[in-house]
Ligand binder design. Structure first.
Ligand SMILES: Cc1cc2nc3c(=O)[nH]c(=O)nc-3n(C[C@H](O)[C@H](O)[C@H](O)COP(=O)(O)OP(=O)(O)OC[C@H]3O[C@@H](n4cnc5c(N)ncnc54)[C@H](O)[C@@H]3O)c2cc1C
Length: 384
């Protein structure tokens, strides 16, 4: 379906069209193989790098396009059209969930050292925050980093870390001030660092071509030059970046939900039943029309929240609402789309079956619905 929204400049439209074109040629036809292999081939990420797709948010002086949040919204929605959310998240964890930590907090030396590889797809990033005992409650991180000579000694475990099995560097959160609940710092930890290891490649319900790791940090030592930003300020850096993370998760979900609606409408037009087509049945037409309206609304709220950020206006309420409501909507839409595909939608060979599985994590990862709603609630009244 043609893309339309009020925030779409010619430049953004070009990004949208180029991305949709790329995924339709390079991703959708190959995704089933990647799902079986449990990984996205590095050549595809290199290809994206050479097309400039990995640097939309990277400042121009460091080789990127220096664009704002609307570019990420557009890019994530366009990726969602691939129908392989495992691929979408592989890219977005690199470009929009990990990379911004370096862009926002990195020194010029750090950016000069790491950005060329990040932009080309040579250095694939992951973000290592979650631990077995610290998920939604980021301040519960127990991994520790202790000053040791002209560097830091890191010990601990991480879990559910996307891109860390096959990726090259983790931007990792560890506690540096044991006396302060929020005393966390972020570190650049290349995968080949001594003591850094993947203890398990996790097996998941969906996102099968995205790799997810459990990590062990056993006396990992990194030099001061790999501390990212101010020491003990990593919690705030993580919170700042959460807005972007939330946005691209709902963005890829909206893109996928639109693809699912388009697929289901086509299927219902083709499928013969009761002397006509499924699409002739009022119950189906109406519910699909309502699904379209919901996806249009979720998309609008996401772009509006992105636009607020682009104007420098606080958008935590709007973006949290977009993440909470949008990701619930995506799941509702996937449920109906599978339903209207009948038994064939339940078969593993059906894209809808995969898209339905892939959508489930969206209401949990990067801020569970309930956590997002608390953010909205806190900002929805003024104290008297
Ligand atoms: C496939 C996958 C990929 C991931 N990738 C990454 C990654 O790359 N990097 C990374 O750091 N993390 C990653 N995560 C972790 C993800 O962000 C966490 O799973 C998420 O933050 C929820 O944390 P948790 O699983 O510990 O659930 P918990 O925090 O234990 O919460 C469990 C449930 O309780 C409810 N809940 C939690 N808090 C509240 C509250 N305050 N009020 C009401 N209800 C609440 C929610 O329903 C929530 O789903 C990934 C997870 C998955 C499954």
């Amino acid at each position: 379906m043609t893309h339309r929204n009020a925030y779409m400049s010619d430049e953004l439209q070009q990004i949208y069209d180029q991305t949709v074109d790329f995924v339709s040629k390079e991703v959708t036809p190959n995704g089933d193989t990647w799902e079986q292999e449990g990984k996205v081939p590095r050549e595809t990420l290199h290809q994206m790098g050479s097309l400039g797709m990995l640097g939309l948010r990277v400042p121009e002086r460091h080789g990127g396009l220096g664009m704002g949040p609307l570019a990420s919204a557009t890019f994530s929605e366009a990726l969602g059209s691939s129908t392989f959310a495992g691929f979408d998240v592989t890219v977005l964890v690199h470009t929009d969930m990990s990379g911004p930590h370096l862009v926002n907090s990195g020194s010029d030396e750090q950016l000069s050292q790491w950005m060329p590889g990040i932009l080309s797809g040579e250095t694939i990033l992951s973000i290592g925050v979650t631990e077995p005992d610290a998920g939604s409650d980021v301040a519960g991180i127990r991994s520790s980093a202790v000053k040791d000579g002209d560097g830091w000694r890191i010990n601990g475990t991480k879990t559910f870390i996307t891109n860390a099995v096959y990726g090259d560097m983790t931007i990792l959160g560890a506690r540096t001030d044991p006396d302060n609940k929020y005393g966390i710092s972020m570190f650049l930890v290349p995968a080949e660092t001594d003591g850094f290891s993947v203890s398990k490649k996790l097996d998941k319900h969906g996102w099968l071509c995205s790799d997810t790791a459990e990590l062990v940090l056993d006396d990992v030592w990194v030099p001061d030059s790999q501390l990212l930003g101010e020491p003990h300020r990593g919690f705030y850096a993580t919170m700042q970046n959460f807005q972007n993370e939330r946005m691209v998760l709902v963005g890829m979900g909206v893109g996928a939900a639109q693809a699912a609606i388009d697929m289901t409408n086509t299927y219902a037009q083709d499928r013969k039943a009761f002397g006509g087509k499924l699409f002739d049945l009022g119950a189906i037409r109406q519910r699909m029309a309502m699904n379209q309206a919901k996806v249009d609304a979720a998309r609008s709220l996401m772009y509006h929240a992105a636009w607020l950020e682009e104007q420098g206006i606080d958008n935590v309420k709007e973006m949290s609402g977009a993440k909470a409501w949008g990701c619930e909507i995506v799941n509702e839409v996937m449920y109906d789309c599978l339903q209207f595909h009948g038994g064939s939608g339940y078969m593993r060979e059906s894209p809808i079956e995969r898209m339905h599985r892939d959508a489930r994590i969206l209401t949990i990862g990067g801020g569970a619905t309930e956590v997002m709603l608390e953010e909205v609630a806190k900002r929805s009244y003024s104290a008297h």
